[in-house]
Structures are given as structure tokens and as C-alpha cells.
Design a protein around this ligand. Structure first.
Ligand SMILES: *[C@@H]1O[C@H](CO)[C@@H](O)[C@H](O)[C@H]1NC(C)=O
Ligand SMILES: *[C@@H]1O[C@H](CO)[C@@H](O)[C@H](O)[C@H]1NC(C)=O
Ligand SMILES: *[C@@H]1O[C@H](CO)[C@@H](O)[C@H](O)[C@H]1NC(C)=O
Ligand SMILES: *[C@@H]1O[C@H](CO)[C@@H](O)[C@H](O)[C@H]1NC(C)=O
Length: 468
């Protein structure tokens, strides 16, 4: 294989990269590139050329308004933008991936399509990966979720939109070690997409990820030359030793009524304690040891979560098994998976360890981490292992880390995808207020504190009675 690459390489260009184990990739820093519009693409491509980049992935177009919508990202001058990117790619002698939205007419309806356009060093459009923004669409688009293109430096890239990373069976990615990922949605992402999902996906799969959202896998060899991030990547994929967790990009409200959530006993956790939380026969073993930072009272509490079922993610129903420790703002389930406005939670986790038996067949497991500030997970503070026996026995651990909003294991059970959820939303069939109180709110309390709360309520009512 190596030899073939080598020969192909010389046939194509005889470039200095032939035989090299590495290539240079670049993306636009999301923090710096917030307002980058399509008329800046040529400039960005020129800048990347200064760093001898082989492949540049442009950001998804955004408008300057704060409340941008997908509609407003649709280019009026699609053809012009394509021409200018092509010309700039040729001038810079560089591969460029441009994710552009397009409006097309499909069966008398307007549909939004994500186009991932790939230009080669000669500025030729060599590949287009089309995915509808709305997965309920009837448009004829690329049937495969994963696109592929081959480069003159001997690397085959998989192209896909971020959402498909979670939806697609991991087995379909076998054999590809380098991925270009773009986003197809400005809608709020489900918490299980935790901002770093692509990072932990790259970490577990030992692959390179170059993402239009401003992320390149691995933390070694990254160079920030504002507004670009440039990285030297190993062609054979990344045996990364670390990845970065950060704050979530959005705080969607989700239906957590089916999730089993038990509050962390912070008092016991100062000494370190074990607990297990089960959803049906799926059980998660937790060990939590904390220390309090400073003297300020906590503004968050924590919950231990177990879930084994169907999670609704946009218009998709996906099979999910998860064990997590999550930050909650109060005693209600719906307050969990929150962000914190502050950048600290006043609690240091000396150790969290989570162990569970996940489904083995047709499944995949990943770490999920979200923190209020950027946190590096590396060999020193983080562990994630999967042992396959009758189950996938998954262990994860994190040491001496504060500011945690979510830490756990997210498992996908692909065999359960697209089954409809086996419960009915209570939203549409609330008959009267008393029923609302009795069903909805009870369900919304942490599953394991309801009894304790009843005691509190009882005491309060006794107190009230005494006053009378
Ligand atoms: C989709 O493909 C089918 C068969 O290839 C074709 O008959 C139909 O016209 C296409 N629809 C659109 C909207 O392009
Ligand atoms: C956290 O926020 C405070 C002010 O809100 C700031 O002074 C401090 O530097 C921040 N810390 C980090 C680690 O970002
Ligand atoms: C995982 O399964 C094994 C074998 O059935 C069992 O001994 C072990 O207790 C299970 N672990 C957890 C965390 O459920
Ligand atoms: C959900 O609602 C449908 C129709 O209203 C009903 O047939 C079905 O049995 C319900 N499912 C559950 C789990 O209650």
C-alpha cells in the first residue's frame, strides 16, 4: 500500500510530500472566524498558502447578524463563490473543501442542501458531497452518508456532516483514517453531541478529523496563525494521546423524562463513594471523589445518569446507552445538562470512574466530556478503555479536574435506530392541571430523591399545621 501511494505520488506531482508520512491541514479558528463570509474565502486560501497547507477546510458560511438562520447562509451568488474558490485554490496550489448551502426545488418544495465541494490543486472541482439539511427531505442527494476523495499526497479522505458522525454505524468508516467534517445544521445540538464529540470520536477511532467548525484532532503540532489553525497530521491517522474538552455550544432543552438520574451525594463524595444507577437491566457503576474549591456555596449540583433506549436527535430516533455524571441546576431532571454562566463550579473532581457493560453487537462507545473552560484530557488525567467479552466492558476515569459539566460514556446501539420511541409525549394530552402536577412533575424530579422530598414536604406541612 505504501509503495502504491509512493508511486501514485510521483506520477501525480513528484511533490516534496511524496514518501512523507505527514501532510499539512488547516481550518479557520471558530473564535476568530465568527464573521467570516464567502467574500473572504480567497484571502483565507492565500493565507493558508503561506503555511504550505495541503488541504484547507473552509467554515460554513455565516452572516454577520447574531441570529443567523440556515436560510440566511444560502448564497445568492453560489456560482461566483464557486468560481472564486476554484481560482484561489489553483493560485495557492492547494486542496480546498468548501461547505456551501444551496436551495433547490424538489417535488415542488424548496429544500436546503449542504454541498461539500472539493477542489484540487488545479482548482478543479473533483468531488461534491451533497446532504439535505433536513433528513426528512425527498431530494435526490448522495445516497451515502460518507463521501470520499483521493489526493495527490496519497491520502483518501472521508467527507461527512457532523450529525452523521453520530448517526452512521462506525463500521462504515473502516479503512478511512482521515476525515473532513462539516456541519449541516445551525439548530441547537442535542447534548449527546457535546461540543467535543468529534474530538472524542477521533480519539477513540485513532483517526484525523479536520472540521469546518474550527477543529483539528490532536493537540500536538497545532499552530495558530490567526484566523487559521494549521496542523501537521500523520497520514496513517492519529494515535492521539490527548484531546480538548470545552463548553457546550448550545443548551438545548431535551426530554429527559426517560433518563434515570440520581443526585450525587456531595457530602459522601468528599471521602469518595461508589454508587450504581440502573435503567432497566443496564447498570452504571460510579465512583466519585471530590474536594470543594474555596468557600463559596455551590451553584450547581450533580446527577448520575443511566439511560438505555431511544434518544430523539432532531428528526432521528437513535439507540443510545449512556452513563454520565452531569451538572444540574436544581432538583428537576430538566435542569440537568445545563451550562454554567460562570466558568467554575467550585468543585474539583479528584476522581470519577465509570464502568458499565454496553451492548457488544452493532455498537460503539465514546467518552463524552463537557467543561466550562477548555480542558486537556491526556494520559495523565484521563482513561478510556473498551474490553470486549460477552459485552463491551467500558471503563472511563478522570482525575483532578474541575469545571466539569458532563463526564461519561456515550454508547450507540445502531440496531435500535429508527424504532419509534416507546412512550408518548404527555404534552398534547394533558387534560387538566391536577393531572399535570401528578404525572409530569413527579416524573421530572430526580428518580431517587422523590421519597426524600416527600419527607421534607411532610415536615413542612406538619409545620404549617402547627402554625394554625
Ligand atoms: C430523483 O431520481 C429519480 C430516479 O433517479 C427521478 O425519476 C426523479 O425525477 C428525481 N427527482 C428529483 C427531484 O430530482
Ligand atoms: C473566570 O471568570 C472570571 C470573571 O468572571 C475571570 O476573572 C477569570 O479569569 C476566569 N477564569 C478562567 C479560567 O477563565
Ligand atoms: C458486567 O458483566 C459481568 C458479567 O456478566 C458482571 O460480572 C459485572 O458485574 C458487570 N459489570 C457491571 C458494571 O454491570
Ligand atoms: C401512544 O399513542 C398511540 C396512539 O395515541 C397508542 O396507540 C399507543 O399505544 C401509545 N403508546 C404508549 C406506550 O402509550
Amino acid at each position: 500500500m505504501e509503495l502504491v501511494n509512493f508511486v501514485l505520488c510521483f506520477l501525480f506531482v513528484g511533490s516534496v510530500w511524496c514518501g512523507s508520512e505527514y501532510y499539512m491541514a488547516s481550518v479557520v479558528d471558530a473564535d476568530k472566524g465568527d464573521l467570516i463570509r464567502s467574500n473572504k474565502y480567497a484571502t483565507l486560501i492565500n493565507e493558508a498558502a503561506q503555511s504550505n497547507v495541503d488541504l484547507l477546510v473552509l467554515p460554513t458560511p455565516k452572516t454577520a447578524t447574531l441570529e443567523y438562520t440556515l436560510e440566511s447562509c444560502v448564497l445568492e451568488n453560489f456560482d461566483e463563490v464557486v468560481k472564486s474558490v476554484s481560482a484561489a485554490a489553483k493560485l495557492a496550489h492547494m486542496y480546498v473543501v468548501a461547505p456551501l448551502y444551496e436551495k433547490v426545488n424538489c417535488q415542488d418544495k424548496e429544500e436546503l442542501i449542504t454541498n461539500n465541494l472539493v477542489f484540487d490543486r488545479a482548482g478543479s472541482l473533483i468531488y461534491v458531497h451533497r446532504r439535505p439539511v433536513n433528513s426528512l427531505t425527498r431530494c435526490n442527494t448522495t445516497s451515502s452518508r460518507i463521501g470520499r476523495f483521493v489526493t495527490d499526497f496519497g491520502v483518501t479522505f472521508g467527507v461527512l456532516v457532523e450529525e452523521d458522525l453520530l448517526l452512521t454505524n462506525a463500521q462504515e468508516f473502516e479503512g478511512i483514517e482521515n476525515f473532513v467534517i462539516t456541519d449541516n445544521s445551525v439548530s441547537k445540538k442535542s447534548f449527546i453531541f457535546a461540543q467535543q464529540f468529534q474530538a472524542s470520536w477521533a480519539f477513540v477511532k485513532k483517526v484525523n478529523v479536520i472540521s469546518a467548525s474550527g477543529y483539528i484532532s490532536g493537540t500536538d503540532g497545532l499552530k495558530r496563525t490567526s484566523p487559521l489553525i494549521v496542523a501537521k497530521l500523520r497520514k496513517s491517522g492519529g494515535a492521539q494521546s490527548s484531546f480538548i474538552a470545552g463548553p457546550p455550544s448550545s443548551f438545548p432543552s431535551e426530554d429527559l423524562s426517560q433518563y434515570v438520574i440520581k443526585p450525587v451525594n456531595l457530602e459522601a463524595s468528599l471521602q469518595g463513594y461508589s454508587d450504581s444507577v440502573c435503567h432497566g437491566r443496564f447498570c452504571c457503576q460510579f465512583f466519585v471523589k471530590t474536594s470543594v474549591i474555596g468557600t463559596n456555596p455551590q451553584d450547581v449540583s450533580y446527577g448520575l445518569v443511566a439511560f438505555d433506549g431511544i434518544h430523539q436527535s432532531g428528526s432521528n430516533n437513535i439507540g443510545v446507552q449512556t452513563c454520565s455524571l452531569v451538572a444540574c441546576a436544581g432538583l428537576y431532571k430538566r435542569s440537568c445538562f445545563v451550562g454554567s454562566e460562570k466558568n467554575t463550579t467550585n468543585i474539583n473532581f479528584d476522581k470519577i470512574s465509570i464502568v458499565a457493560n454496553f451492548s457488544k453487537a452493532n455498537s460503539a462507545q465514546f467518552p463524552t466530556i463537557s467543561t466550562t473552560t477548555q480542558t486537556v484530557c491526556n494520559e495523565e488525567n484521563f482513561k478510556f478503555t473498551i474490553k470486549s467479552t460477552d459485552y463491551n466492558y467500558v471503563t472511563t476515569e478522570i482525575h483532578n479536574t474541575d469545571n466539569i459539566l458532563i463526564f461519561g460514556i456515550i454508547g450507540r446501539d445502531y440496531s435500535k435506530d429508527f424504532e419509534s420511541t416507546n412512550y408518548n409525549s404527555t404534552e398534547d394530552n394533558i387534560l387538566d392541571f391536577s393531572e399535570y402536577i401528578s404525572s409530569e412533575n413527579v416524573q421530572e424530579f430526580f428518580d431517587y430523591v422523590w421519597i426524600k422530598l416527600r419527607v421534607v414536604i411532610l415536615i413542612v406541612s406538619v409545620y404549617v399545621l402547627e402554625m394554625m
